[in-house]
Design a protein around this ligand. Structure first.
Ligand code: 4AD
Ligand code: MG
Length: 453
């Protein structure tokens, strides 16, 4: 068995026989010996290996080039070099796979754009190793957060016939060949189907039976917006709680973000230190701030007033009844409140049919959580639980009631106030790492015009 470099670097004492396997980061030859820096991605650091000229395998040292894979056996001893506790005195080196001079990752820093063009190799870079280790740990943190609060994990379908958000941004799923006389009834499912934009409606059915649930899975949107915060395929976490109102929903959303920041600070310290140094100098302080302070809460109407009185010239003008654009969201959270901000009670026209109509008959119980650097990270609502009002909401939004008969049934049989939200996992990761483009926190980005790899 070989040992991961993560565990070797954390060793408490020297070790006689150690085997490591990984990829060569650099090699430096000196008179009579060579230094090999080996990395296996298990942690940020690499292991310095010192290989004397007489070591078995040394005659092939010229092939141990950057990117080549190798197995190295040796003794772990305290390193005389600055900045590293251990080094490996090699007793045998073995080349596993060659990497020739065309290996595109070199020691010098590369641009993120270039690294995206080699998405199959970018996890070997410092930045992307750190991003994807953090992503993995946070996925566990998400499950722990909900499971420790008695939420059940529900796997909602990826193929669906209903457009939850009503925004018409769905990818079609079909086995029809695109002939002019194709009939929807002849399609695989007997009706038009799509990749899901949200598991919410299905999560609601489970919340209205087993109380507290969450989903965590891939979500698809055919939004043709080539921005730094939109992907066509992203992961969403959607909790749903029975017997819960908007306040309880906002409480959970804010607590969730705080818990994720706390988890990252505690469990991803080494990678966070790298992000703070090379990606976003203010990261550590921002995350601490988030864990320590309450979020600001402001009704939509007041948020619009603040924006209008700000004297700021926005690219998109602000007026009541319009959606907040990213520039408005970021002004509120970054400049005005200088804090994560939850905006609630939006006009019903700009929000989906399932949100509960407020007594003012104009606004719905929507809430969006905005964070600095990103804007909206959570979108949620208390749901319309009154059967007659739900039917009216569907009319208002020009939806066909029959299409949602099963959803309306939840209101017909033992309806309860309930609420939930969706959090974009990639946007959360952007917030926690300081990485400013969504393409750089997802293993293989799917964006308009791009499905390579
Ligand atoms: O605000 P949205 O559209 O809300 C819903 O889908 C609700 N059904 C959620 C619910 O109440 N259960 O999306 C929720 C979150 C956004 O706040 C954002 O973080 C993320 O999903 N999101 C995207 N992330 C990346 N790329 C996109 N194209 C995204 N669209 C939404
Ligand atoms: Mg939204």
């Amino acid at each position: 068995m070989h040992t991961l470099i993560k565990n070797i670097l954390a060793a408490a004492e020297p070790k006689d026989a150690v085997t490591v396997k990984g990829w060569v980061r650099t090699r430096r030859d000196a008179k009579g010996f060579s230094f090999l820096e080996l990395n296996d991605g298990s942690c940020f650091g690499s292991l310095q290996c010192v290989v004397d000229a007489g070591t078995p395998g040394y005659d092939g040292i010229a092939h141990f080039t950057t990117g080549a894979s190798a197995v190295i056996e040796g003794k772990l001893v305290p390193s005389p070099a600055q900045g590293q506790k251990w080094e490996l005195r090699a007793t045998k080196i073995e080349l596993v796979g060659l990497a020739d001079a065309t290996y595109p990752l070199q020691k010098k820093g590369h641009t993120l754009e270039f690294l995206r063009s080699i998405a199959h190799l970018r996890p070997r870079s410092n930045l992307f190793g750190a991003v994807f280790r953090t992503r993995s740990r946070l996925a566990l943190a998400v499950h722990q957060f909900f499971q420790s609060r008695d939420f059940f994990y529900v796997q909602t379908p990826i193929i669906t016939a209903s457009d939850c958000e009503g925004a018409g941004e769905m990818f079609r799923v079909t086995t029809l060949k695109g002939k002019p006389d194709d009939k929807p009834e002849a399609d695989f499912f007997g009706k038009p189907t799509f990749l899901t934009v949200s598991g919410q409606l299905e999560a609601e059915t489970f919340a209205c039976a087993i109380s507290n649930v969450y989903t965590f899975g891939p979500t698809f949107r055919a939004e043709n917006s080539n921005t730094a915060r939109h992907a066509a395929e992203f992961w969403m976490i959607e909790p749903e709680m029975a017997f819960c109102d908007l306040n309880g929903d906002m409480d959970l959303g804010e607590e969730f973000i705080k818990a994720m920041a706390r988890y990252a600070l505690e469990h991803c310290a080494e990678d966070l230190a790298f992000f703070s140094k090379f990606v976003d100098k203010g990261l550590g302080e921002r995350l601490k701030f988030v864990t320590e302070r309450p979020f600001v809460r402001v009704p939509y109407t007041e948020a619009v007033e603040i924006l209008n009185k700000s004297g700021r010239k926005f690219e998109f003008p602000v007026s009541y009844g319009q959606n907040l654009q990213s520039e408005h969201e970021r002004f509120l959270t970054e400049e005005h409140f200088k804090s994560p901000t939850t905006v609630f009670n939006y006009p019903r026209e700009i929000k989906p049919f399932y949100m509960r109509l407020n007594d003012d008959q104009k606004t719905v119980t929507a809430m969006d959580v905005l964070v600095p650097g990103i804007g909206e990270v959570i979108g949620g609502a208390q749901r319309e639980e009154r059967p007659a009002q739900l039917a009216e909401n569907m009319k208002f939004h020009k939806l066909n009631e029959q299409d949602y008969w099963w959803y309306a049934d939840l209101r017909k049989y033992g309806t309860v106030p309930h609420a939930g939200f969706g959090l974009g996992f990639e946007r959360l990761l952007m917030f926690l790492t300081g990485v400013s483009n969504i393409r750089d926190v997802i293993p293989f980005a799917r964006t308009p015009g791009n499905a390579e790899f």
